[in-house]
Write a new protein. Structure first.
Length: 237
């Protein structure tokens, strides 16, 4: 009997294979076990949100082994078009080119472009060329300054009505960036079907997460207007 497709994942055979085996294939054909990728519920939420919004241009900061890219690209394919720019300075080094190889293996390279440079260089260059985008997925370097800088430039390029999503929101640094988004820009949070997850490494950590409302789930925000505060504005975040 033919196995039914796993509807809890985006419709991408390679993505299903990687989640099932927890392995990726290097360009030389060897297989390695990996843990550094987004969870299946996050992949499905990413696919469904991109498919529903049908963006013309998506940017992701951080590519790694390409699972978020495969989720986005599968949605662009199924939506009938669009383009994804992945920004990852370590794609050829730390990740041995596996992410870009997975895009090719899935037959999705026509929708994809890789910029192999730090986001603090790539994003302002894209802004300088007049790039406008409809969706962004921020999953790069997770210190507060890098994550805030990623959002700052994404916000400059994101069209009104566009969407930005954050991965690893349980990290204190990313949580603070989200607080900045909510207090210093005009965005509204979207419900993409991911329930809050406040689990920590201990009971005390879990209680802190609950108190701070610091969920580990991916969080999505829609840009309501291209508003910026006055030059001397500050609000606690």
């Amino acid at each position: 009997m033919k196995k039914s497709p796993d509807t809890s994942l985006p419709p991408c055979d390679l993505l299903h294979e990687i989640y099932a085996t927890r392995e990726v294939t290097k360009p030389d054909g060897t297989h390695i076990q990996v843990r550094d990728f987004i969870s299946p519920p996050f992949a499905k939420a990413l696919y469904q949100t991109v498919l529903a919004r049908r963006p013309a241009l998506v940017i992701e900061v951080g590519m790694a082994y390409g699972l978020s890219a495969l989720s986005i690209l599968s949605a662009l394919r199924d939506a009938g078009g669009g383009r994804l720019i992945s920004i990852d300075p370590a794609q050829s080094t730390d990740y041995a080119g596996i992410g870009i190889l997975n895009v090719r293996r899935a037959g999705l390279e026509a929708f994809h472009e890789l910029i192999e440079a730090p986001s603090f260089q790539a994003l302002p260059q894209l802004l300088d060329t007049g790039t406008q985008l409809d969706f962004a997925y921020i999953d790069g370097w997770h210190t507060f300054d890098y994550a805030l800088l990623d959002f700052f430039y994404v916000d400059k390029m994101l069209r009104q009505g566009g969407c930005v999503a954050f991965n690893d929101c349980g990290w204190q640094s990313v949580h603070r960036v989200i607080s900045f988004v909510q207090t210093h820009r005009k965005y509204r949070e979207l419900d993409v079907g991911l329930p809050p997850d406040y689990r920590g490494g201990s009971l005390l950590s879990t209680l802190v997460h609950i108190f701070q409302r610091r969920s580990r789930s991916d969080r999505y925000f829609e840009k309501l207007e291209p508003w910026e505060p006055n030059w001397n504005f500050y609000r606690r975040f």
